[in-house]
Design a protein around this ligand. Structure first.
Ligand SMILES: [Zn+2]
Length: 333
């Protein structure tokens, strides 16, 4: 089992931890304590690398995360169980348990929509939440207002995402899903990130895709703030994308190919270098020129000069040989 895939399948059910570093435990409110109606809900500690989970409150534990998936399976949205060709038996297995055998299954097409209470962000919001979200995104996170307008960013004043900044994800003019960030000055509690219910095209979600049409180079980060910080920043021909995670699905790759970029640069967080090289190798395997750019901080925390230095030091990836060439002296362009 791919630890990232297991995590991707579980987190819509278990919630998103405020912090997670690969190899360490991720902590969630224990769903088994909840089921038992215990007065105090303990943490379910899940270690994706070791494939183990334990709750010290109710005592639920497993040394095979498949059991955890099966235990909470009834609540895993089908759209998140995407068959991308890898680990096929596992996908077949959980889909069969959930929905019956393939031939008996109906095709459910869920129309993606924005969350309840969504309000588009404007230049001078008049409401309290809008003002706070505006301040957070523009003053604190330094996102240019134009970038927010381009993606149709907004916020929620009510509903489950009340107090979240919401970033719709459009591909080919169609809303595919949305991602969001909790605005700490408006909402004190809740997961940092919440994604929309993915439609059928879950694995085609590339944030800021439509705004990258015509860009000669694409730089792919993990989340929306990466895409904002990379888009047209060093060069008007640089398109900033976010893969909303560190996995590139085949359909992502096809979408990227369709933009006919001269080069695709993968710029994932410093703690995911293997993922970045894997993603770049996937892109290179279909004939795209792909490279990896290493950053020590999030791109939005780097100055233009620092970002430029990282960009110039990027490493070209060969589909078979891995990293083969390092720039470093290439003139800025
Ligand atoms: Zn428990």
């Amino acid at each position: 089992m791919d630890p990232d895939r297991v995590r991707q399948a579980l987190e819509p059910v278990l919630g998103y931890p405020d912090s997670y570093s690969p190899g360490h435990d991720a902590n969630y409110p224990c769903p088994f304590c909840v089921k038992e109606g215990r007065g105090k809900i303990s943490h379910l500690h899940v270690n994706y690398t070791k494939g183990k989970a334990i709750c010290h409150g109710c005592g639920w534990k497993t040394s095979n995360l498949r059991n955890l998936l099966l235990a909470v399976l009834g609540r895993v949205p089908r759209s998140l169980v995407v068959d991308d060709g890898g680990d096929g038996d596992f996908v077949e297995h959980i889909e069969a348990v959930l929905y019956g055998k393939a031939e008996e299954r109906e095709t459910v097409v869920q129309e993606p929509e924005l969350p309840a209470g969504f309000v588009p962000l404007v230049g001078r919001p008049s409401d309290k939440v809008g003002k706070a979200v505006h301040r957070y995104l523009i003053d604190e996170r330094a996102v240019p207002f134009d970038r927010l307008v381009e993606v149709g960013a907004g916020y929620c004043t009510e509903g489950a995402l009340s107090g979240y900044a919401v970033f719709p994800v459009h591909v080919g003019g169609q809303l595919v899903t949305y991602t969001s960030r909790r605005v700490p000055t408006v909402r004190l509690n809740g997961p940092k990130v919440r994604h929309g219910a993915f439609g059928k095209s879950a694995s085609t979600a590339l944030f800021n895709y439509d705004n990258c049409v015509g860009c000669r180079r694409l730089i792919i980060g993990e989340g929306p703030f990466d895409a904002f910080a990379l888009h047209r920043r060093l060069n008007p021909n640089h398109g900033g994308l976010a893969s909303l995670g560190t996995i590139l699905h085949k359909r992502h790759v096809r979408l990227i190919e369709a933009l006919e970029p001269e080069e695709v640069v993968v710029c994932y967080d410093a703690d995911a270098p293997d993922k970045a090289f894997k993603a770049a190798a996937q892109l290179a395997s279909v004939g795209l020129k792909a490279s990896v750019m290493t950053v020590e901080k999030d791109p939005d925390e780097l100055s233009d000069e620092e970002l430029c230095a990282c960009y110039r030091a990027r490493t070209l990836v060969d589909p078979e040989l891995g990293a083969v060439e390092s720039w470093g002296t290439e003139p800025r362009r």
